[in-house]
Structures are given as C-alpha cells and as structure tokens.
Design a protein around this ligand. Structure first.
Ligand code: ADP
Length: 398
C-alpha cells in the first residue's frame, strides 16, 4: 500500500509517499514560496527519493502548479503517481470546526464545508482546500481523505472547551476551544503507551508538542480532556513567533494606544511575538547561541517559555490527579535537552524526575528519560503526523 500525504500551507506543500503498514517512506519533499516572485534559479521544490534529491527552480504560481511540478519530479525519479495504484491521498486539514471529528472521505460537499470553516482558520483552511482541489484534479480516481488537526480534541469536556464570554455571542460565532496538533498528540500518546507496554485506556498522560507551534494536552484513558490551544492556534504556550496566552485586554489597549488595526494586532501576536518577539530569533538553536553568549533578552525569552510550560504542567497534573507519563515531542521537544530538564526541574515530590544521562542521549527512537522505577515515566517520542494521516486514510478506504 502507498498513501500520498499532503500538508498544504498558505505558501507551501509538504508531502510524503509512504506505506502505512511498514511506515517506509518512498519519497518526500517540499514546495515552498508558492505565489511569491522569485528568481528563475531560486530552488522552490525539493524532492527526495531513493537517496537522491531533485530540485525545481523558479516561481511556483499556485498550489496546482506546485503539485504538477511534484508529479513531474516523481515521474523523473521513476515513480508515476497516476499509474502507481495509490491507496489514498491523505490531506492534513487544520480546522474541522464542530463538523468534522474523524477522518473523512472527501467529496464536493466536504470541500465546501472545509472552505466554510475558513473564518475560523483564515490562514490554513483556504490553503488546505486548494491542495485538496489540485490533488483531486490530478488524481481523480484515487480516494482523498481529510484528517483534521482538531479532531482529537472534539470530545473535550464542556468545562475545558467553553470560554467564559457571553454564551449567545459564543454560540453565534463558533467560539469555543477546538485545540490543534491533535494528530500529533494522539499519535504520540499511543506510541507512549506502546513504550510503556500498557493500554492507552489505562493511562493518564501529558503531552508537550514543542515545535515552532507548541501545545500541551492532558489525556485521560486515551481521550483528550484539556489542551492549550483554543479557538485558534494562538492560545497557550509561548511559541516561536506566537504569544500564547496574554491578557485579552492587551488587544483593545493596543488598538486604542498603538494605532494598530485588528490585522496589525493579529500579525503582531502571530508573527512578531513569542520567542522571536522577546529575543529577535525564533529558532531554538539560535536562541541558545544567544543565551550562551550572554544575551539577556534571549535568556528572558527562555525563562518566559519555561515558566509557561510549567504553568500548564501544574494545571494538567491537578486536572488529571494521577499522571503516568509526560511526553515531549516535535523539533524542540525531541531535540532540546535543556528545555526538558528545566520544564521538569524540582518536581521530585510529585514523582517526576529526569535522568541527566538519558536526557542527553542522542537517540532518535522513542525512549525514557526518567530514571528506572520513577513514579511518572518521562518520555521523548518522535512525532510522525504523516504516518498517522496515512494510516487514518488507509483505514478509511480499505
Ligand atoms: P514546526 O512547528 O515548524 O513543524 P518543528 O517541530 O520542526 O516545527 O520545530 C522547530 C523547532 O525545533 C526550532 O525551534 C528548532 O530550533 C528546533 N529544532 C529542530 N531540530 C533541532 C535540533 N536538532 N536540535 C535542537 N533544536 C532543534
């Protein structure tokens, strides 16, 4: 079986061709700078297969053109996608709203509904729709499946998903906590249960997905009971460029005093805040170079980041009562030894500790970083959203 997984962003398409059973990746790549003016020799598509990398240079006017280039690169590397007998195309879709909470076979009505949810995810859902339409046009006979980033959090308890604002206004505008990164939280919590040799239904877990975007979740018996992202992926933890939680009063204050309109404030909170807003850089490797060279702003950015992580950890420990596993995943969570150590420092009285040697080990596999016999297992589990999407799509159509 082969599933093509597409993750269409506003100016990019990430893709993988993989076997959902074995997890073997036959090809992967990235189309970037879609719709931008670029030099004719600028690399815009990178395609990896069979140990080789092929590139395309020059402008990619839209998603449809991007996918056509990808199909050509597949053909040039000896894989004809149209003739390959694909089991499915799996699409990562960011916002499923109240409508979609499980992997869904795509037809015209589904595309329309995803498009209608664009007001809740204006940067993401329109790009997802464009990716879906392009793939349907190029592969009309292959089933297309949408897998939603919000789905895992659809069943959040009312107390966790409800914002304390005028209930009529909230109902009229779909305002509730939806949560994001759900495919990753679900996959990682299942892998954590495997590593523990336990059934997910018997475990209480906290998962920290720490990448450029970052989110935390509390999971009881395999079901999410809380998560840090909300109506949009802006709420919660401090992120690469996003503020996470702020006093909502900051928004009208800025509108009145800083002369920013609502789009300016949206940009400020999404693109110029978080680690970048405080330190000038958003990549954690650069942040630590700055910290190690004595940069005070970078140090403060890191302190604010860790403070927020620990706040959510404390909240979820209390919500869950008993916690069996705390798991770190994504770029920062999988690779940053200091973040993991600092997030959990001084919590021995709660049964939480990190073994410094295990934490520092350079191991790509899912693993324990807590000492043997610790009450709470602390784990590092690589996320793999593409595999989770491929498996969900294959399960639905076979
Ligand atoms: P995205 O949300 O864009 O998918 P990622 O999960 O790739 O983000 O995470 C990006 C972050 O992970 C960056 O801050 C980067 O510094 C960090 N990161 C990625 N790889 C490493 C590494 N090998 N060592 C330290 N940090 C890393």
């Amino acid at each position: 079986m082969q599933v093509l997984v597409l993750n269409s962003g506003s100016s990019s398409i990430k893709y993988q061709l993989l076997d959902p059973d074995s997890a073997a990746v036959a090809a992967s790549g990235l189309v970037s700078r879609i719709g931008e003016q670029v030099a004719s020799d600028a690399p815009t598509v990178e395609h990896h297969s069979a140990g080789r990398t092929l590139e395309h240079h020059g402008a990619v006017p839209d998603h449809a053109a991007g996918l056509r280039i990808v199909f050509d690169l597949f053909a040039r590397s000896g894989q004809d996608l149209a003739a390959a007998g694909l089991t499915a195309v799996g699409h990562r879709v960011v916002h499923g709203g109240e409508v979609f909470y499980r992997p869904t076979l795509i037809d015209d009505a589904v595309v329309r509904s995803i498009d209608e949810l664009s007001s809740l995810a204006p940067l993401h859902n329109p790009a997802n729709v464009t990716g879906i339409e392009s793939a349907r046009a190029l592969l009309p006979d292959v089933p297309q499946v949408a897998v939603f980033d919000t789905a895992f959090f659809h069943g959040l308890p009312d107390a966790a998903k409800t914002y304390a604002i005028d209930a009529k206004v909230a109902a009229a505008h779909g305002i509730r906590r939806y949560g994001f990164h759900g495919t990753s939280h679900e996959y990682v919590s299942e892998q954590a249960a495997r590593l523990l040799g336990r059934d997910p239904e018997d475990l209480n877990q906290i998962v920290f997905h720490l990448g450029n975007g970052a989110s935390a979740s509390a999971i009881r018996g395999g079901r999410a009971v809380d998560t840090s992202m909300g109506l949009t992926p802006l709420e919660g933890l401090v992120m690469g460029t996003r503020s996470g939680d702020i006093d909502p009063g900051i928004i009208p204050h800025l509108a009145r005093t800083a002369g920013l309109d609502i789009d300016g404030i949206d940009d400020l909170l999404n693109r110029d805040s978080g680690i970048k807003g405080l330190s000038g850089v958003n990549d954690f490797r650069e942040l630590f170079r700055l910290i190690d060279s004595g940069d005070r702003a970078a140090r403060l950015a890191y302190q604010v980041y860790v403070h927020r992580l620990r706040r959510y950890l404390g909240a979820y420990l209390v919500e869950l009562g008993r916690v069996d596993a705390i798991t770190f995943t994504a770029g920062v969570g999988e690779n940053n030894v200091r973040v993991r150590a600092d997030a959990l420092a001084g919590l021995e009285r709660f049964g939480i500790s990190v073994d410094p040697n295990r934490n520092a080990a350079k191991d790509r596999a899912a693993r324990y970083i807590s000492p043997d016999g610790a009450e709470v297992a602390v784990l590092v589990v690589p996320t793999n959203e593409e595999l989770a999407i491929a498996r969900a799509a294959a399960r639905l159509v076979t």
